[in-house]
Design a protein around this ligand. Structure first.
Ligand code: UTP
Length: 296
C-alpha cells in the first residue's frame, strides 16, 4: 500500500513579470478568475484530493496572499446581521483550519526547484504534492485527485501530462516515455524546454506528486548550482537513480494563467461554466465575434 499524500507545496514566490504592472503590488495568485483568486482554485483542488497541510513558499510583497486566508470575522458578523446567509456560507467555505497553513520564505527567486527545496524541513519521509497555482485545471474529478488515485496504484513520483503539438514542446518540461500504458506512462527521462528533438509530445503541467527522495536530489542540485534550480532536473535524477516516475494523462482542460492569453481563455471558460453568468456572457461573446466578422 503506497503512503497517502496529505501535504502540498504551493510555490508562489515567482516575480510574475508577465503581469506587470499589476504584479507590482498584487501577487499573481490573488488575481481573480470570475470572482475567486487563483489561489482559491488551487486550494479547492487540493482539499478535494484529501490534502490536509498546505505549505506556501512565498516571497517579499506577497502579504495580500497571506491575508487572504485570515478569517474575516468582522465581515462575517456584518453578513450574519444582514441575513446574507449565502454570502456567509461562501466565505466560510474559504476558511482554513488553524494550523493547516504554513508559510516559508524564498529569499530570492532562484527557480521552481529552489522554491520547493525551501519547504524541505516540513517534508519528512512521505510523498508530497506540488501545485502551481497559475496552472488552473478544469476537470472532474479535479486533476490532483486523479493523480492521487493513480499514485495509490503506482507509487513512485508522478507528473500531470498533456499532449501538445510538437512545436510547442519547447515551452514545457517533456517526458521521454519508456512504457505507455494508456492513461499512465512510465518515463525514462524528462527534459526541460527542449530546443530541438523533443523526446515526445507529452508536456508536464503544474501538478506533481513527488517521492521524498526528490528533496534529497534538490539538496544535491542546491550544492552544485549557480543559477536557477529546476524541479525537472531533480525529477529526472529520480529516473537516473532507478526510481519510478510516471506521467498521468489527466482528464480535463488546463489553462496557463501565468500568461495573459491563458488567463483570458480561462476567464471565458470559467465564466461560461457559471450558471448565473453563462447566458448573458455567451450572448455577449457571440455578438463580439459577429461584429469582428462583419468588420473583416
Ligand atoms: P513562472 O515560471 O511562471 O515564473 O513560475 P513567475 O515568476 O511566477 O512569472 P513570470 O514568468 O515572471 O511572469 C512558475 C511557478 O513557480 C513559482 C511561481 O510563483 C509560479 O507559481 N516560482 C518560480 C517560485 O515560487 N520561485 C521561483 O524562484 C520561481
Amino acid at each position: 500500500m503506497n503512503r497517502k499524500v496529505t501535504k502540498a507545496i504551493f510555490p508562489v514566490a515567482g516575480l510574475g513579470t508577465r503581469f506587470l504592472p499589476a504584479t507590482k503590488s498584487i501577487p499573481k495568485e490573488i488575481m481573480t478568475l470570475v470572482d475567486r483568486p487563483l489561489i482559491q482554485y488551487a486550494i479547492d483542488e487540493a482539499r478535494a484530493a484529501g490534502i490536509k497541510e498546505f505549505i506556501f513558499v512565498t516571497s517579499r510583497g506577497k502579504g495580500a496572499l497571506e491575508d487572504y486566508f485570515d478569517h474575516a470575522h468582522e465581515l462575517e458578523n456584518t453578513l450574519r446581521k444582514a441575513g446574507k446567509d449565502d454570502l456567509l456560507e461562501l466565505l466560510r467555505q474559504t476558511n482554513m483550519e488553524s494550523g493547516a497553513i504554513a508559510y516559508i520564505r524564498q529569499h530570492k527567486a532562484m527557480g521552481l526547484g529552489h522554491a520547493v527545496w525551501c519547504a524541505r524541513r516540513l517534508i519528512h519521509d512521505e510523498p508530497f504534492a506540488v501545485v502551481l497555482t497559475d496552472d488552473v485545471v478544469m476537470g472532474e474529478p479535479p486533476c490532483l485527485q486523479q493523480m492521487i488515485e493513480a499514485h495509490a496504484e503506482t507509487g513512485g513520483s508522478m507528473v500531470a501530462t498533456m499532449e501538445v503539438p510538437l512545436e510547442k514542446t519547447k515551452s514545457y518540461g517533456v517526458l521521454d516515455v519508456a512504457e505507455d500504458m494508456g492513461a499512465i506512462v512510465r518515463a525514462k527521462g524528462m527534459v526541460e524546454k527542449p530546443k530541438e528533438n523533443p523526446p515526445s509530445n507529452l508536456a508536464v503541467i503544474g501538478r506533481y506528486i513527488l517521492a521524498p527522495t526528490v528533496m534529497e536530489n534538490l539538496n544535491k542540485l542546491k550544492q552544485g548550482a549557480g543559477g536557477e534550480i529546476q524541479l525537472t532536473d531533480a525529477i529526472a535524477d529520480e529516473i537516473e537513480e532507478g526510481r519510478d516516475v510516471y506521467g498521468l494523462r489527466f482528464r480535463g482542460q488546463r489553462y496557463d494563467c501565468g500568461s495573459k492569453a491563458g488567463f483570458l481563455q480561462a476567464t471565458v471558460a470559467f465564466g461560461l461554466a457559471r450558471d448565473e453568468l453563462k447566458d448573458e456572457f455567451a450572448e455577449y461573446l457571440h455578438d463580439v465575434m459577429a461584429m469582428r466578422k462583419a468588420a473583416e
